[in-house]
Structure formats: structure tokens, C-alpha cells
Design a protein. Sequence first.
Length: 277
Amino acid sequence: MKNSTRIQLLVAMILIVGLLSGCSAGVYEAPIDSGVGSGWFQWIVTQIALFTVWISEITGGYYFVGLIIVTLIVRTAGWPIYAKSNAMTVKMQQAQPELEKVKEKYQGKTDETSQRKMQAETVEIYRKYKINPLGCLLPFLQMPIFISMYQVVRRIPLTPEFDLNYNFLWTDLGPGGKDPLYILPILVGILMFLYQRYSMKKPEYLQNKKYKTQQANQSEKTMKMMSYFMVVMLVSIAWTSASIALYWIVGNAYQFLQTYINRTMNKRKMDAEKSVV
């Protein structure tokens, strides 16, 4: 995934988080069975909510148990999309030196013939590394699931029909429940900050300082600023809802582990390929 695509993804996530944080009324404050919302998206929200409640009921009626288990299930179900996106990132980084050579070769040549040749050589490199240009859009496929889960976590406590125990350690996950000690929102910020630092730092096997241009450096700085802004937004929302805070803590911890496992597997795969060559 190129830096520009990463920036676009961060912008989309910030816009979504901003949208969610501004939804103090309407569908996000309505019970699941209120009839608010319609169509296939609302159907998905309802089914996930009913499944979460069922898990909670068979595990003693504790909402936090159902929330954690369903979060892990949903994250695991989305792993194939994440893995494909991650694999595409690795391929793009492997192809980067050759792509930069093509750019240097045709730098300053704006005539139609040169542009066609550059495009043809770029496409050939994509074919060589089996890169699908549309692969950068894969992360966006997870957005509807994330928005659905946000609705589920917010709206289950607002539904009187669901008779669950909303106690969790020292806090209340029920309607309007906030962490009185502010430990959960602080954990959200710490985990998100550490994950952003870890995910933006390229693993050693993908680092290519020779072709690190000034534009790439500027893109990295922009990504850092935007990611830090996103951390602040998440913490501000988690500050107002203990259930959302718990959901994000579990999700961020899982994503951290997910990234580490994928990087480890990619490193082993690349080491194996080098040993064969």
C-alpha cells in the first residue's frame, strides 16, 4: 500500500470516527428494536446484536463477556481481508525499487510516447509481483463491519428487552455508563498510540532507504500527525462511554497481535524465498 493510500485510509477513518462522535441522537441513541434504521445494514446490526446478547446470556448474563467474544469473532472473520491487504503492501514494497527506476528513467519526459512506455513498464512490474492496483481498497471493505459493531455496542444497553448485567470491574457498561477512574479511555489512547507507532514503522525486511524520497518523508510526517489526531478523537469518545472504551481496547489489542503475526509470517516467507534463490 502506498503512502498516499494509507493517508486516504486514515482520512476515511477519521471522518468515520468524527461522524460517530457527532451522533448524539438518532440511530446511535435508539434501542435495537425501536424500528430506527432500515435495509440490509440495519439487518446486519440487529443480527450481530442478537448474537452478542445470546453469547452474554449463555455466559451468565454478563454483557462484557458477549461484547469481548463477539469483537474477537468479528475481528477474526475480517482477518482474510487484512491479510490480503498486508500481502499487497509487502508486494508493493518489494516492487518499489523497480518502480522508482522506471520513474527516474522517464523523469522530465512528458511526450505521449514516453508516458505510454512508462505506463507499460509499470504494468509489467505489477504483473511480475502479482499486484492488483485495486488491492489498496481492501481495507475499506471492513468499514461497514466496524460501523455495525459501533452501533451494536452503543445500542444494546439502550434496549430494555435485553435483560443483561452491565457491570464490569469498577465501571458500568449500561446506558450513560462512564469509567469513573478514566482507566479504560486512557488504555484506549495508549493502545492506539502504540499500535500507530508500530504499524507505521516498516519492518526491517521492507525498509529501502535508497529510494526514500522527500515526498515519502513528507507523507510519513502527515500520516503521523493524522494518526495522533485520531488517537485524541478515540479517547474523547471513549471518555463518554465505558462500553465503547472496552470494545476499542479489545479491538486494538487484537489488531496489534494481528499485525505482529502477519509481519512474522511475511518475514519467514521472504527469508524462505531468499534461501531458495
